[in-house]
Design a protein around this ligand. Sequence first.
Ligand SMILES: Cc1cc2nc3c(=O)[nH]c(=O)nc-3n(C[C@H](O)[C@H](O)[C@H](O)COP(=O)(O)OP(=O)(O)OC[C@H]3O[C@@H](n4cnc5c(N)ncnc54)[C@H](O)[C@@H]3O)c2cc1C
Length: 471
Amino acid sequence: MSRSLYAFSVSHLQCPLIAKSTKVQYCAKNNIKFLAQNGGHSWVITFNIGPGDLVINLRLLSQVTFNGDKSQVTYGGGALISDIVTAAYANGVQVPTGNCNCVGTLGAILGGGFGRLMGLYGMGVDNLLSVNLVTADGRLQKVDASNADLWWALRGAGPNFGIVTSATMNSYPVPAATNGAYTGSLVFTNDKIEALVVALNNLVLEPPMAIFLYFANQGQPAVVAIPFYAGGTVDQYKSAFASIYAVGPIVDTSSFVAYNHLNDGSDSFCVKGMRKPSYGAGLNQMDPKAWRAVFNEYVKFLQNPGTQMSAVLMEYYSLQKAQTLPDSSSSYPFRHTVKFNALVIPWYSDPALDPVAEQFASTVRDLWRSTDNVAVNSTYVPELFFYRLFPPDSSLLRSKISSPLTLLAATSISPLATNRSKRYTARTSPGCKKSRRNTILQDNSTSSSLFQKVNRKRGRFGRWAGFHFFD
Ligand SMILES: Cc1cc2nc3c(=O)[nH]c(=O)nc-3n(C[C@H](O)[C@H](O)[C@H](O)COP(=O)(O)OP(=O)(O)OC[C@H]3O[C@@H](n4cnc5c(N)ncnc54)[C@H](O)[C@@H]3O)c2cc1C
């Protein structure tokens, strides 16, 4: 029977320098594998966690506080994006987080941290100031830029290096009247795909801007662009996206949306459960023919019963601020090579569709990859793997993910990144192989119970645990 384990007490937040995690120490001492969990979106069984291992639920660590002038926010390792957004809006600030309320703030930020406000503030990892981290030996320590190697590794490959119990990062005061953005859905008939893709490819994003492209099922396959302009006026918004408007949307729902409601439209992506073997690709350019072919593949896949929630999406953020730092500034390696992030999510329940979904998603990725103008596959790791519910082609995944470091290498993290990670791993690895009987998993989320079931059925064929030094 599964039950929850809320492993960290609040005292870790209050006394970070003297606290330790007895749970982690116990696991390390007794060779029990464990995995930190927050939003529970790791829809994968490639974690090498089984029924005898431990999932440490961080959700009670959800406090959010600000310093005196509101220029810094400190939050617990279990804070969801919704916790941050709510507290930020109430305090008259903006905090660079992700676009979906249900996601764990650090689950996103430790992988790089994409969000609509990236153009103004940079990536999530660029805004981290310090973290309190439980390392593999159960010690809790404050880590910041003075711990050069670990600091670099945490910001992009974070979940591999420890459990963050709290983090402090920049927050940005904004007047109440402008704490929000102009945004909305522009719906296009599908004959406009090529024109829209050309417009997106040529669009230069100023810092307040971002834009998303969706192929979604709205009774029939629809083409939707969602422009975003932080603050400003409606005229600035329309002028910034004039080239997109020129393509001729048939529906426009744009309006000013307050900061605390900006993520509301993404709630449908937060639905847990079902099967979502997603594939992603980082693109430096968007090719109209390739996107037409992707749309055709999407329409074809939707003809399978029960696939209506499937979607294709592309995120285009202003990189001006992020690119003021070099790729080597953190273990997220694509800020100078990837302009557009594309993701295909086949979404269904019937396991019999697994091969069809795999075929569809991998074909779409091949189409993107053949025209992306990027030398090697450069996918945003959290989206590529964290979205995956299961590895249908386990042998392929086994070969690609023989360890988290191979995983990073397989997704084209720079050689520097891989080498430095290896160095750090070697120093911190205590080893932890045997399993114990105490099956303790998280709350009642569907993803977790599916995760358990699939794990039992298919055995352990991935080795990507939250701590890679437990391989
Ligand atoms: C609906 C949806 C929307 C998304 N939107 C965005 C987005 O806008 N921007 C973006 O950058 N990404 C986005 N992602 C990707 C997302 O960042 C990853 O899926 C992320 O890892 C999810 O974190 P979680 O806490 O929700 O999941 P979990 O499964 O709880 O955690 C994911 C991983 O992070 C580790 N982890 C979580 N918390 C901690 C911690 N405190 N310390 C150490 N390790 C930790 C876990 O051990 C695990 O390895 C989205 C994903 C989904 C499903």
